[in-house]
Design a protein around this ligand. Structure first.
Ligand code: MG
Length: 259
């Protein structure tokens, strides 16, 4: 099942995609819902971020090849950081270049979306009940500021630096999600969650012992090798098998939005 949030005729709706149509739901995707009977063609909606997280938790260096490309050791525990909810954008939204940064990188990732409140999960706790599904994610990073600052907050937190979407896909195997990132149509990253240093279930358990995970919260599970800078005008597509493609352009704030 693919869950979309979207705007249609000035209303914000959540719906399930069937072929080229979105069927608005009645209720909540985090609880009980019914699928309505009046579908809307997806071509007529504006796709929004599929959820509104209270927080986005990023995982650093969770693929061995990416840790190596930046000359970092492989961590012994998950290396975590936060991205603010104000950074979240959706499919086809623009990533805006911040004036104080000189190098801004794409990082294609698989995101986990939390379904129900999780706190203090034990090492063997089953996690599937706590996961709504998965989405594509671009963990946009001001690389020069990440190196300059002692920690990641500024580099990871600019508005538009957390691209999420286009939907949340349910029923996927978290140990076999295949990821590709394209820069202007050229393949630049490939990864598979089978190669994560810390698996998705172990991340959910670990993070739940650090902070309460709320419905709609997002975990960006880390990026494989092949990260690189974007130039205004570039388009980045993050594709995850079974989910779809998250597509965003990179622009200066003064650039006119394409329609
Ligand atoms: Mg990242």
């Amino acid at each position: 099942m693919k869950i979309y949030r979207f705007r249609y005729r000035k209303r914000i709706l959540t719906g399930i995609l069937k072929e080229e149509f979105l069927f608005p739901i009645v209720g909540s995707v985090f609880g009980d819902f019914k699928i309505g009977a009046s579908p809307v063609p997806i071509s007529e909606v504006r796709v929004l971020p599929p959820v509104l997280p209270t927080k986005v938790i990023g995982i650093g260096r969770n693929y061995r090849d990416h840790a190596q490309e930046l000359g970092n050791p492989v961590p012994e525990e998950p290396l975590i950081f936060l991205k603010p909810s104000t950074a979240v954008i959706g499919h086809l939204d623009r990533i805006v270049h911040p004036a104080m940064a000189s190098r801004v990188d794409y990082e294609g990732e698989v995101a986990v979306v939390i379904k129900k409140k999780a706190r203090g999960l034990g090492d063997d706790a089953p996690v599937s009940d706590f996961i709504l599904g998965y989405a594509c994610f671009n963990d946009v990073t001001a690389r020069d500021l990440q190196k300059k600052d002692v920690q990641f907050t500024r580099a990871k937190s600019f508005d538009t630096f957390a691209a999420l979407g286009p939907c949340v896909a349910t029923g996927l195997d978290p140990a076999a999600l295949h990821l590709k990132t394209f820069l202007n149509g050229k393949l630049v990253q490939t990864g598979n969650t089978a190669n994560l240093i810390f698996s998705i279930p172990s991340l959910v358990r670990f993070l739940s012992r650090v902070m309460t995970l709320n419905p709609g919260d997002v975990i960006a599970t880390g990026t494989p090798a092949g990260i690189g800078p974007m130039t205004p005008g570039d388009r980045v597509d993050v594709q995850v098998e079974g989910i779809g493609v998250l597509s965003n352009t990179y622009a200066r704030s003064s650039d006119k939005e394409e329609t």
